[in-house]
Design a protein. Structure first.
Length: 412
């Protein structure tokens, strides 16, 4: 009895939620009361079908509801200004199905589906405003991400292959999905806020999209934009700070059980970097707002495949170094792989720690060493491309962070 009451209350709540949105949207066929009754109807039909062990009841209820919706839709067309959309009718059928599923399936999944329906209906005006503004590049980013995550990933075998039996196609591509997802999110944050927010968010966006590319772009810009060295220095430093926060997020996603063991030393570096970035921002004269130049499309199959290959190579190198060279070899792998990219070494180390191949107390050291190598590489870019004023700002910060990193590696 308690289970049935819980199902009916949940169905009523979801019906009220969806109906509230339709009532607010002035739907002519179904509002808050109708949706509540329809979802309850589905739940009761499911309970009856389960009790008498005859699921034809569900088909009968669905068929009756479809006929009612068809009649209502036909009558609606006689209005002076008929609404020819089918959204409400489809929502009615889905919410009946949700009510049924609450009775015979997983309650949590049913609640999630109902909430998603309400959210999609609520976001109508957002979609109407936003979709016409999407460029071809924006659509390509979305479609490629969908292909990478929902087409390629499910068909890849979740099985280890190759030397040392460490290459798992499904795991490798899952890392690709994570990185492409972060990059696409950063790209759309740029599209929404980047041009309006100017300097304050440029460093954050740079770290989300690519701190290395941001360092190169703004180092060159400093030579051509006199008087803006302080704010450019802030952007370069902030982008690197965000890249360390990104590393922490990647570790938490891939190896959540190891968070307490791995994250604290990385968090210290990220915290110091963030504090220094804030100080630079407050001290900078923001007379010349600089924004991150529009990035290239972050979701490309070519980029995804290159990252997958890089990740696979690093996984192999880690296994080889651990087998033949010991911890010293792993430090070499960390330095070389961290020079131009932090994501591959971070994800591969996190995945290896998660499997127990590398001790977490050593794993975070390899990640941090890769981060220090990455700072050295970016410092070299500033040295070659930037002017003297920017170097005076960036070099002391990078050296201080590298020094702190070395101390943590040796003494933590």
């Amino acid at each position: 009895m308690e289970k049935e009451i819980s199902i009916l209350i949940t169905a009523l709540g979801l019906g009220l939620l969806v109906g509230l949105q339709r009532e607010r949207g002035k739907a002519k066929i179904a509002g808050i009361r109708t949706f509540s009754l329809i979802t309850l109807f589905g739940a009761i039909s499911g309970i009856i079908a389960y009790t008498i062990d005859n699921y034809l009841v569900l088909a009968g209820g669905f068929f009756a509801l479809a006929i009612l919706m068809g009649v209502a839709n036909f009558l609606k067309r006689s209005d002076p200004e008929p609404d020819i959309g089918q959204t409400t009718e489809i929502a009615v059928l889905i919410m009946y199905s949700v009510g049924v599923y609450l009775s015979i399936g997983n309650l949590t999944i049913g609640v999630v589906i109902g909430a998603v329906v309400a959210l999609l209906l609520y976001l109508k005006s957002f979609f109407t405003r936003t979709i016409p503004k999407l460029s071809e590049k924006d659509l390509q980013a979305i479609m490629v991400f969908v292909a990478v995550s929902m087409v390629v990933l499910p068909i890849l075998p979740d099985k280890n292959y190759g030397l040392y039996n460490v290459l798992n196609p499904h795991e490798i591509w899952l890392m690709v999905v994570l990185i492409v997802g972060i990059s696409v999110a950063g790209y759309f944050v740029y599209k929404i806020f980047g041009k309006r927010m100017g300097t304050g968010i440029s460093g954050v966006l740079g770290g989300l999209i690519s701190s290395t590319a941001t360092t190169a772009t703004f180092s060159k810009m400093a030579s051509a934009t006199k008087g803006s060295e302080r704010i450019i220095g802030f952007i370069i430093v902030a982008a690197s700070a965000v890249s360390f926060i990104r590393v922490i997020v990647e570790v938490i996603v891939v190896a959540p059980e190891l968070t307490i063991k791995v994250i604290p030393p990385l968090a210290i570096i990220a915290f110091l970097f963030t504090v220094i970035s804030l100080v630079l921002f407050l001290k900078s004269e923001r007379k010349h707002d600089q924004a991150v130049p529009e990035p290239e499309n972050p979701a490309q199959f070519k980029t995804a495949i290159v990252f997958a290959i890089l990740y696979g190579v690093i996984i192999l190198l880690i296994a080889f170094a651990k087998d033949k060279l010991g911890s010293g070899g792993l430090y070499i792998v960390s330095v070389l792989s961290g020079l131009t990219d932090m994501d591959a070494i971070t994800l591969s180390m996190a995945n290896t720690m998660q499997k127990g191949t590398i001790d977490p107390s050593q794993g975070w050291r390899y990640i941090l060493v890769a981060g220090m190598a990455n700072l050295v590489f970016k410092g070299g870019m500033v040295a070659v491309l930037g002017n003297r004023a920017v170097k005076k700002i960036v070099f002391p910060v990078f050296l201080a962070i590298i020094g702190c990193g070395i101390i943590l590696v040796l003494l933590w």
